[in-house]
Design a protein around this ligand. Structure first.
Ligand code: ADE
Ligand code: ZN
Length: 324
């Protein structure tokens, strides 16, 4: 099964590129940029990656990305992940990135975009990997700030596949961002949002109704509402489920308790992603193997999940057909 999963051409719809920053690269970039880290060794950093909830993780996630300052840092970050993912048999990645987290530290949007777009271009030309770009907004920051960043991103609108919504979910309902998402729709941009990770099923419904999103990132708490499950099933809205992330952030106690099998049994359009692989114990292959072990899934289940992801990937029809 491990060999099958390694060779399966995998498609990742939910990946925060800043969450792919491995401690080794974090240390190298800290040194290059003269930035002090709160850890003295790679092992010390890894030992700190134990979280009680989403906020506990986000604190370290924002701290970790403080080493990213220049274009080449963003390029190195993305290339490092693209090469690692390709080595695990990944063929497409839809990549979230968080411009506000960099703007706040005085890193211009142009620097972030130049580094990420260069890595995307090289990966697409040289690694047989296609990359989608999702500009995400931090839901625990003001909506006005997000709207300002969306306008500031005008030179890049045509290079974006979608806008997203991430960071601390509880008490930051989708509705808060209605104007931002309305504007994105007006610009012809696709919308996705994290919902039902730590927040209630109601937020999933709200993301669909108020933000008009095409995808729900996570969505695992949909099972708390029959109405929301029916909605997701009837419209076949894709859920980008991140099993090891959910275990790390204590959305579930143990992978064997994860609702993935139930989501499948409900006829939902489920996919598997890694979310923040450097922090949650591994990338796409590790997530797939963990699911095989926890749920006893056969090859047919993984083929179906991959087909779901290919159909929803932000890429060309030609590439989708190539991957199917
Ligand atoms: N940003 C990075 N990872 C995230 C997650 N799992 N949930 C919300 N925001 C995030
Ligand atoms: Zn996420």
């Amino acid at each position: 099964m491990q060999e099958f999963l390694r060779n399966l051409p995998k498609v990742e719809l939910h990946l925060h590129i800043e969450g792919s920053l491995e401690p080794e690269l974090m240390f190298a970039l800290a040194q290059r940029n003269g930035i002090e880290l709160p850890y003295t060794t790679v092992q010390e950093a890894k030992d700190a990656y134990h979280f009680n909830d989403l906020q506990g993780f986000l604190n370290l996630y924002f701290q970790g990305m403080s080493v990213l300052r220049n274009e080449e840092d963003f390029y190195d970050l993305a290339m490092d992940y693209f090469k690692r993912a390709r080595g695990e048999g990944v063929v497409h990645i839809d990549m979230h990135f968080d411009p506000q987290a960099h703007l706040q530290r005085g890193v211009p949007l142009e620097v972030v975009m130049a580094g990420l777009l260069k890595a995307k271009q090289e990966a697409e030309e040289g690694l047989d990997l296609s990359i989608g770009m999702i500009m995400a907004f931090l839901r625990d920051r003001p909506a006005e700030e997000a709207l300002h960043v969306l306008e500031q991103a005008a030179p890049y609108w045509k290079m974006l596949d979608a806008i997203g919504l991430d960071s601390a979910e509880q008490n930051n309902p989708p509705e808060k961002f209605v104007e931002v998402f309305k504007r994105a729709k007006q610009l012809g941009l696709v919308r996705v949002a994290h919902a039902g990770e730590e927040g209630p099923a109601e937020y999933i419904k709200e993301a669909l109704d108020v933000l008009d999103v095409q995808r729900i990132d996570h969505g695992v708490r949909c099972l708390e509402s029959d109405e929301v499950v029916e909605r997701l099933r009837s419209q076949q809205v894709v859920l980008t489920v991140c099993p090891l992330s959910n275990v790390s952030l204590k959305v579930v106690e143990d992978l064997r308790d994860h609702p993935l099998p139930k989501l499948l049994a409900e006829g939902l359009k489920v996919t598997i992603s890694s979310d923040d692989p450097a922090y949650f114990g591994g990338g796409m292959l590790t997530n797939h193997i963990a699911c095989a072990e926890a749920f006893g899934w056969d090859e047919a289940v993984f083929r179906q999940l991959t087909r779901n992801a290919i159909e929803e990937a932000f890429t060309t029809q030609q590439r989708r057909e190539e991957l199917l």
